[in-house]
Design a protein around this ligand. Structure first.
Ligand code: UD1
Length: 344
């Protein structure tokens, strides 16, 4: 019985969408989350889509005895998808130790318990942040890892190293590390989506909050980048497409198809869009205008990065399928649903 999966951070943004896709594919899901940046209500959103509430364990993955108890209470967990982590780049500069502790201690606990509890498969949430500003675009998995520009980025680089060393030392353990580009959008049902804590740091929730009138205007960070319109370029990937890649990664691990102890995959669309292009796409897709002002660059931002996703396309048989316009429509529908429920 290989069908029980532990999802840490399963009430978070990418985690909750992944729980939906796992349940829709017949997996039994155990969610472990400390709710530090999410809400237990997300479980109702998941249940309204899939018809089933996942098992919920409110624990902190930095607490090893608590995590061990989760494995014991839910016998038969065969793989872990580890999302639980802190992710705000700016905050990580202010509170580096919190980031190192939270993101790395939790990973150490997971890796130790995978060996001890005979759950040897891990899907790890990594990030395109490991590439910094790549010299060659689109960026492939073999591009050099550049010095991190923030403690957050450094935790992802160090985490990849920890995983590499661990699977080398213990050949039973296998990992697929997924390097996400910029996830965006929400489930088409608008039952789950991104729930930023306070003022959003990320572009798309700030765009939708501005469009609905919560924020006065969007600040476009930087107009003097070496890009066609001067604003920074990213690869925005639809969160449901991203979630589906996790199911494929789990299946690959459980089927013993991974070729190395740890494999790295870029998850992006292969298309770079500037901030101004995103605003244009949003306005076209929704018919709603987004007031904006152009301001200086944001500290720590890279100029441009987008994925070469061909390795994931060929090796995982996975492809980002959703258009940018459709993705932005789901983000907008989600914002409207939050507003109608008075959540923001
Ligand atoms: C960053 C990290 C990424 C991480 C993500 C999680 C880097 C290089 N990337 O993504 O690894 O997973 O945060 O939070 O460290 N922008 C505006 N106005 C705004 C907000 C954003 O113009 O109000 C611009 C940014 O300057 C950037 C783009 O929009 O050019 C995307 O920003 P954001 O959504 O914050 O994501 P990243 O910084 O790319």
């Amino acid at each position: 019985m290989d069908k029980k999966i532990l999802v840490t951070g399963g009430t978070g943004y990418i985690g909750s969408h992944t729980v939906v896709e796992l349940q829709n594919s017949g997996y039994e899901v155990v969610v472990a989350d400390n709710l530090s940046n999410s809400s237990e209500n997300v479980l109702d959103g998941i249940a309204s889509i899939t018809g089933k509430k996942p098992v919920f364990e409110k624990i902190d993955c930095c607490d090893k005895p608590a995590l061990e108890a989760v494995f014991k209470r839910n016998a038969g967990i065969s793989a872990v998808i580890h999302f639980a982590a802190s992710k705000a780049v700016g905050e990580s500069v202010q509170m580096p130790l919190l980031y190192y502790r939270n993101n790395l201690v939790s990973l150490l606990n997971i890796l130790e318990l995978m060996g001890e509890q005979n759950a040897p498969h891990l899907v790890f949430s990594s990030s395109c942040t490991v590439y910094g500003q790549p010299d060659v675009l689109p960026v492939t998995e073999s591009a050099p890892i550049k010095p991190a520009t923030s403690p957050y980025g450094n935790t992802k680089q160090i985490a990849e190293e920890i995983i590499r060393d661990t699977v080398y030392a213990d050949s039973r353990l296998k990992c697929v590390a997924l390097r996400y580009f910029n996830p965006a959008g929400a489930h088409p049902s608008a039952a789950i989506g991104e729930l930023p804590n306070g003022v959003p740091n990320n572009l798309i929730p700030f765009v939708t909050q501005t469009a609905i009138g919560i924020r006065e205007r969007l600040r476009v960070f930087g107009s003097d980048y070496n890009t066609p319109d001067g604003s920074a370029i990213r690869d925005y990937i639809y969160v449901v497409d991203l979630a589906k890649a996790h199911v494929i990664a789990v299946e690959r691990l459980l089927a013993g198809k991974n070729r190395k102890g740890v494999e790295f995959f870029n998850l992006g669309t292969g298309r770079g869009l500037s901030v101004l292009e995103i605003l244009k796409e949003f306005e076209q897709a929704t018919g709603v205008e987004v007031p904006r002002e152009i301001v200086g660059r944001r500290e720590g931002d890279v100029e441009q990065v987008w994925a070469d996703p061909s390795f994931a396309n060929s090796e995982l048989g996975w492809k980002a399928e959703t258009s940018t316009g459709d993705m932005l429509k789901t983000a907008w529908n989600w914002e409207k649903s939050l507003c109608s429920r008075n959540i923001q």
